[in-house]
Ligand binder design. Structure first.
Ligand SMILES: Nc1nc2c(c(=O)[nH]1)N[C@H]1C(S)=C(S)[C@@H](COP(=O)(O)OP(=O)(O)OC[C@H]3O[C@@H](n4cnc5c(=O)[nH]c(N)nc54)[C@H](O)[C@@H]3O)O[C@H]1N2
Ligand SMILES: Nc1nc2c(c(=O)[nH]1)N[C@H]1C(S)=C(S)[C@@H](COP(=O)(O)OP(=O)(O)OC[C@H]3O[C@@H](n4cnc5c(=O)[nH]c(N)nc54)[C@H](O)[C@@H]3O)O[C@H]1N2
Ligand SMILES: [Mo]
Length: 711
């Protein structure tokens, strides 16, 4: 007879509701299959109206990330030179002890600002995302890092024109009849919006794509308008010129729901289509046709992508574009208006996580684009940065001035801690690496910057190895530093309960308990078939109107609307900004370096996440630079050969891809490849500038000039 204990257990298969953690507008509701305690499959929730049962190439094998042999599963201490990637396993106790002792010693010598955190959006969850360490670092008195990688310039411009409104429900685009996709490769970067646009197109909508590159989205558009990078502001201003001079504007809507029309009309008189044609490279007739069609087709919709802000005049470009829907009265209709970031609809309780009151007034603020300069001493910071803590980010790949970052990270007197899933290009320089859980191993609650659904993520499996969520990491660090504030003792369950303002009207009918049942819920807003948020004005600006003349910019000048904090508390009084929309030309002129380099998102990676995973690497292939046949020929470059892309900031090597998808003078290298996998150990960040755009301290990645040569 066999003892009961010897009998094989019946395999148990369960499904767990989860949420894709990534920094992406789609925030998919996922279903995880768990067999005998192991996740074996992830799928999109079939009944979710936006996910529609499908995931994407970036995450549809997420279980392979969880069980990857390359994962960091235990705390590690460096044993080789910085950057070598050689480490040995240590205990959590040793790791935390080393960190706390080193912090204390460095702080005793230099003061707390010598510690600098670096973080972004490895996960977007409210608990474990952007702000997971803010309370800890504020309490420590560390340098505050300003994080303006993504849309802060566009948010500043948008908020100062139409207010922090959620704008059009993405699902309402099915009702649109004219859709301008402006600087977004939707099929790669916002895949789940595409079926909505495709359905509108089937129903007769005209889809226009304004982009220097004829990418997979542009190829599906009815009209692709190739534009010279960084000149979109000229196009938008000229559209307003045509609309006003040809009397195509909605005079009633303008009278009732806008401020500053007369001044706008006077301002745009100078921005003729002929002038804009010179700037943008778009034929005059096309500019007129676009303006006329946009003004006379209802409902007319503009979807702006994040890349629209990444040049010297990115802020003013978004200011001009944000004026257009009110000028033509597009907001009157369901499916008419502007889609930027619907995250404004989500009543997230950020202060409960950030704890701004822990911050010592006057603590210095350093923008993360200046990381290289801060670490190398070029910024001459006093005190210098001698301790760096990186979580949720891979600055070696995503931040500009890669060579300076590498040089800074190699400093022997810099103590670097990195919390990660993998030994990224950044983690390889760490003194201590700490293992982080993946989404299948942690609790979180997800807002979205691309739709109106809130999604709960509960752990599907136990953490692998000794990995901990970011929440637990900072609880442990706080305990070691002796912080006894109640916040640092809250469990993840307790944090979940604080993540949203559950009493906000948008949350009516949604509770944590109901989310445990359903996994996700639509915010309490009218349906996508009815929702026309500004049909009768009601913009959340000081005047309640679309402000052609912006009172916010007039009052404070340039300011930063950080993605997750409305008006960022990093805000410093700004410099003067002309309160009327105007044109700001690209900064880099091409006198020395003739080619304009763009570094949009890759198809298969999510920023640099998944950049070293087998399946995604296979799909994405090696780092490439796309160049027009004429530019290739004049440089003696043939298809598939290695070329060096360089300027006076740096250099990287990529495979040449010759194609007329780009115009002469434009070259494109998608970001996200890891430096360690690149031919010469560098990526596109090596040549990008740290310079800010005109508003919101946005990056100027599209405002980068280079030369390309065979190697
Ligand atoms: N597959 C994939 N999806 C992602 C991401 C990813 O890494 N991979 N990242 C996520 C994140 S964090 C973000 S912010 C979003 C961003 O997604 P998008 O908003 O789509 O931004 P990008 O891919 O950077 O650029 C989109 C397009 O803008 C064009 N562009 C660049 N400069 C200009 C310009 O000056 N004018 C015009 N008109 N067009 C220009 C580029 O050619 C590119 O085709 O994607 C998210 N989704
Ligand atoms: N040249 C160029 N540069 C760009 C851009 C561009 O278009 N061109 N786009 C910019 C934009 S829009 C963005 S949003 C940024 C993105 O910048 P980042 O947010 O830094 O993006 P990732 O490169 O994906 O790095 C995130 C890291 O966090 C890790 N991670 C994921 N989840 C967790 C977790 O739960 N805990 C911890 N501790 N770590 C975790 C991942 O493994 C990954 O290495 O890049 C910016 N940089
Ligand atoms: Mo982003």
């Amino acid at each position: 007879m066999t003892a009961l204990d010897d009998l094989p257990l019946t395999p148990t298969t369960t499904t767990v509701r989860a949420a894709c953690p990534h920094d992406c507008p789609d925030t998919c509701a996922m279903v995880v299959t768990v067999e005998d305690g192991r996740a074996t499959k992830v799928a999109g929730a079939p009944e979710h109206p936006f996910t529609r049962g499908g995931l994407c190439v970036k995450v549809n094998d997420y279980q392979d990330k969880v069980y990857s042999p390359d994962r960091v599963l235990h705390p590690l201490r460096r044993t080789g030179p910085k950057g070598s990637g050689r480490f040995e396993r240590i205990t959590w106790d040793e790791a935390l002890g080393t960190i706390a002792d080193t912090f204390r010693a460095k702080i005793a010598e230099h003061g707390p600002e010598t510690v600098m955190p670096v973080s972004y959006l490895g996960t977007q969850g409210i608990l474990n995302g952007l702000s997971a360490g803010d309370a800890f670092f504020h309490r420590l008195g560390a340098t505050v890092t300003e994080r303006t990688y993504c849309d802060s310039g566009a948010c500043t411009a948008y908020a100062s024109t139409v207010g922090a409104t959620a704008g059009v429900d993405p699902e309402s685009l099915v009702h649109s009849r004219y859709i301008i996709i402006w600087a977004s490769n939707t099929i790669s970067t916002n895949l789940h919006l595409w079926p909505v646009i495709a359905e509108a197109q089937k129903r007769g909508a005209k889809v226009v794509c304004i982009d220097p590159m004829r990418h997979r989205t542009a190829r599906r558009a009815d009209w692709h308008i190739p534009i010279r990078p960084g000149t979109d502001g000229a196009l938008a201003l000229a559209m307003m010129h045509v609309i006003i001079t040809e009397d195509l504007y909605d005079a009633d809507y303008v009278r009732d729901h806008t401020a500053g029309f007369d001044e706008l009309a006077e301002r745009v008189a100078q921005y003729t289509p002929e002038w804009a044609s010179e700037e943008t490279g778009i034929p005059v007739d096309d500019i007129r046709t676009l303006a006329r069609e946009y003004a006379t087709t209802d409902p007319a919709m503009i979807r702006i992508g994040v890349a629209i802000e990444r040049h010297a005049g990115g802020g003013q470009t978004v200011r001009s574009i944000a004026c257009l829907p009110a000028l033509v009265g597009a907001w009157r209709h369901v499916g008419g208006g502007l889609l930027q970031l619907p995250l404004w609809a989500h009543p997230v309780n950020w202060p409960a996580f950030i704890h701004p009151e822990y911050r010592t007034p006057g603590t210095r603020v350093v923008n993360q684009f200046l990381l290289g300069q801060a670490l190398t001493g070029e910024m001459a910071l006093d005190p210098p940065v001698t301790a760096l803590v990186v979580y949720n980010s891979n600055p070696m790949v995503v931040a500009p001035e890669q060579e300076k970052i590498a040089a800074g990270l190699a400093r022997e007197d810099l103590f670097t801690v990195v919390s990660e899933h993998f030994l990224t290009d950044t983690a390889r320089y760490a003194d201590i690496v700490l293992p982080a859980t993946t989404q299948l191993e942690q609790h979180d609650l997800m807002f979205s910057w691309g739709h109106f659904y809130v999604t709960l993520n509960v752990p599907a499996v136990e953490p692998e190895g000794e990995a901990v969520p970011n929440t637990e990491l900072f609880r442990r660090l706080a305990a070691r530093m002796g912080f006894d504030d109640e916040f640092f003792r809250l469990s993840d369950e307790e944090l979940l309960a604080q993540a949203y303002d559950w009493s906000a009207p948008a949350m009516e009918g949604i509770t944590l308990e109901s989310l445990r049942e359903t996994g996700w819920a639509r915010l309490n807003l009218p349906s996508a078939d009815e929702y026309a948020p500004h049909a009768e004005g009601g913009f959340p600006t000081p005047s309640g109107k679309t402000e052609f003349r912006s009172s916010a910019l007039e009052a404070v000048g340039n300011f930063v609307v950080n993605l997750f904090r409305q008006l960022s508390d990093d805000h410093q009084p700004g410099t003067y900004v002309d309160p009327l929309p105007h044109y700001v030309a690209p900064r880099e002129t091409g006198e020395v370096y003739p080619l304009n380099l763009l570094s949009p998102k890759s198809h298969a990676y999510i920023n640099s996440s998944a950049g070293d995973q087998a399946m995604q690497k296979r799909v994405q292939g090696e780092q490439t630079v796309t160049i027009h046949p004429a530019d290739a020929e004049s440089r003696g470059i043939s298809d598939g050969q290695y070329v060096a892309v360089s300027n006076d900031r740096g250099r990287f090597v990529a495979l040449a891809r010759i194609s007329d998808e780009v115009a002469p003078g434009v070259v494109v290298c998608p970001m996200g490849s890891w430096a360690k996998n690149a031919k010469d150990g560098s990526t596109v960040s090596a040549v990008n500038p740290f310079a800010f755009a005109d508003l919101g301290n946005a990056p100027t990645f599209s405002d980068t000039r280079v030369e390309v040569a065979p190697v």
